[in-house]
Design a protein around this ligand. Structure first.
Ligand SMILES: *[C@@H]1O[C@H](CO)[C@@H](O)[C@H](O)[C@H]1NC(C)=O
Ligand SMILES: *[C@@H]1O[C@H](CO)[C@@H](O)[C@H](O)[C@H]1NC(C)=O
Length: 514
């Protein structure tokens, strides 16, 4: 028995290493700067993310990819590698290195979106139509820049007629056949594992803090374990010695398939897709869901163990109807609901949280399906991605949405830092869509998602004093640009939230005290 416990503890200790995001200065939330250029991310780390308390950035895939002109370039071409050269629409290797250093120097971690399940699509043709001109042949399965040849792909293992995944009920197919026609790497081969590990290690040595690993459902956990086992420790210029890369794995598990998130828990964290799908349903009040039901939010809702979860309200796939979650996902297209849902996530202790930062596209629905869900980032006619201009009111221009800069979201990223480590406390609800909860004695948040006013006195658990609501405004010098909340010596405070307010929630924390 004792031996068993010791062995289990040792295993846990080893594997828990890749679950740690290695955030600095007590910062907690990361932001996905989807399709941003490296030069813009470097500037954003210095001028906004570090001063606002963001912990890290998930960047778009930095490897070279196929150029798809159909006739305009879709965002998803970046999920079709043609070489592991660090050259993409976001910039070249020099710009990438500069960005990683500059972000690290202001305490903002970089997490790389790693696409290693596959190369480009089987119908990708042959030639030098890669972003930086590397030659490849999808027809002959040759990628000489790496090099991969036809021996390095899985087709001999796949047992479907089309060579594609046809049935998600068959785990062998899901791992050994082509995901929507993408050439599937044979990661059981030592040679392939070595090339993938070299790619990851180059980035680790440059100073990244870890990886969002794409399409993990389509790779065998044992193969991933072998690749992760070859990863270097993080660069000691910015991280303490012996730090393992943070790994968070994309596994879409909404239940009902033989492959589950659980198979990947020992390797790193896993994206909890149930989180955003459920939260969207709750804030939209669909299927009879109510905010009051979230008293047991987290594992109580059948989500994965909290130490395994990477949580988000929307991601780059499901905000445009790709991947999982469907219509319930709340995105920047529903700004009022989106701000509330993101605030709920950032106030709640469950999981490592990621905020989405998007670009706009021309949505065009035909029979409920967006015909333009493929559209790439704001770009010039020649396909070059546009820089992110910052307006005088601190919003972004040229189609970049910058949700992470919205006052309500930025201030909740700070809230999450201020309450870090404090327990979920002082829950209140009206058995409908008005709820409130605190985090120890460091912060308190109140939501009114009902169609009537909220007017109630609640125990906040906070020390007495005058606090500035960080949703309707924020502290400004000695004053407050938003609602003032008076907490009495007994910790109780009166809250009034009209259902017609611009934002129907209020949040205070230890550092918003006047
Ligand atoms: C860590 O980063 C520094 C600064 O960029 C670099 O000089 C050093 O070579 C890196 N370490 C490794 C092991 O690559
Ligand atoms: C919800 O709360 C409001 C007061 O904040 C109250 O008037 C209303 O009756 C409550 N609804 C339910 C179902 O308890």
């Amino acid at each position: 028995m004792h031996l068993f416990i010791l062995a289990a503890a040792a295993l846990l200790g080893l594997s828990a290493a890749q679950h740690n995001p290695h955030t600095k200065h007590g910062r907690t939330a990361m932001v996905h700067l989807f399709e941003w250029r490296w030069a813009d991310i470097a500037a954003e780390c210095e001028r906004f993310l570090a001063p606002s308390g963001y912990a890290g950035v998930q960047i778009s895939p930095p490897h070279e990819n196929i150029v798809i002109n159909s006739p305009w370039r879709p965002w998803w071409e970046r999920y079709q590698p043609t070489s592991y050269n660090l050259c993409s629409r976001s910039g070249n290797e020099h710009e990438l290195r500069d960005m990683i250093s500059r972000c690290n120097n202001v305490g903002v971690n970089i997490y790389v979106d790693a696409v290693v399940n596959h190369m480009c699509g089987a119908s990708g043709g042959e030639g030098s139509h890669s972003v930086c001109g590397s030659w490849f042949s999808a027809n002959r399965k040759e990628f000489p820049t790496i090099p991969f040849t036809h021996w390095d792909f899985n087709d001999h293992k796949c047992r479907t007629g089309s060579g594609n995944i046809e049935n998600y009920g068959d785990a062998d197919q899901v791992r050994d056949c082509r995901l929507v026609g993408l050439l599937d790497l044979a990661m059981e081969k030592d040679y392939v594992r070595g090339k993938v590990a070299d790619y990851l290690n180059k980035l680790i040595d440059m100073g990244v803090a870890g990886f969002r690993v794409d399409a993990c459902k389509h790779m065998w956990p044992g193969d991933l374990s072998a690749v992760y086992g070859r990863m270097h420790n993080l660069n000691t210029t910015w991280f303490s010695g012996g730090s393992r890369p943070f790994v968070f794995q994309e596994v879409i598990d909404l239940g009902g398939e033989p492959i589950t998130s659980r198979e990947y828990f020992h390797l790193g964290r896993v994206t909890e897709f149930k989180y955003g799908a459920k939260l969207g349903t709750i804030f939209r009040k669909w299927n009879g869901e109510k905010l009051s039901y979230t008293k047991s939010w987290g594992e109580g809702w059948g989500f994965m163990p909290e130490g395994n979860a990477l949580v988000f309200v929307d991601n780059h796939d499901n905000q445009r109807g790709h991947g999982a979650g469907g219509a319930s996902i709340v995105t920047f297209w529903d700004p009022k609901l989106h701000k509330m849902a993101v605030a709920y996530m950032l106030a709640h202790p469950y999981g490592v949280a990621r905020v989405m930062s998007s670009f706009r596209w021309d949505r065009h629905f035909v029979n409920g399906k967006d015909q333009n869900d493929w559209m790439g980032p704001p770009s010039h006619g020649n396909g070059v991605t546009k820089p992110v201009p910052i307006n005088s009111d601190q919003t972004c221009g040229d189609g970049w949405v910058c949700e992470h800069r919205w006052r309500q979201i930025k201030n909740m990223a700070v809230f999450r830092n201020v309450v870090n480590g404090q327990p979920h406390a002082n829950w209140w609800d009206n058995q409908s869509n008005q709820v409130a909860f605190g985090r120890g004695n460091r912060g308190f948040i109140v939501f009114n998602n009902d169609d009537w006013n909220l007017d109630v006195t609640l125990n906040t658990g906070m020390p007495g004093g005058a606090y500035c609501d960080v949703i309707s405004g924020q502290k400004d010098g000695g004053g407050c640009t938003g609602k003032l909340i008076q907490v009495g010596g007994d910790g109780r405070a009166h809250f009034k939230i009209s259902n017609r307010d611009e934002d129907t929630f209020v949040a205070i924390h230890a550092e918003s005290k006047l």
